[in-house]
Design a protein around this ligand. Sequence first.
Ligand SMILES: [Zn+2]
Ligand SMILES: [Zn+2]
Length: 74
Amino acid sequence: MTTGLVRGANAMGHVGWVTVKCSICSRKMNLFRSIDSGEAYACVKCNNFFCSADAKRLSYKCPYDGSELRPYYA
Ligand SMILES: [Zn+2]
Ligand SMILES: [Zn+2]
């Protein structure tokens, strides 16, 4: 039995299962799960993502353009 093919089929079957990286600490966040947990924040302007810990540390302001960071809701 092969394993590579199974993994590929799994990934394709999950629409909305999106992983992004925090642009500060590169922590991986699941946007789908974030709807409940609020772990992912996104800049309203440049669309960078931040984990909740870094968003808090930045006072919910984007370090790149000073725009507001909002909890990500898909
Ligand atoms: Zn982070
Ligand atoms: Zn920004």
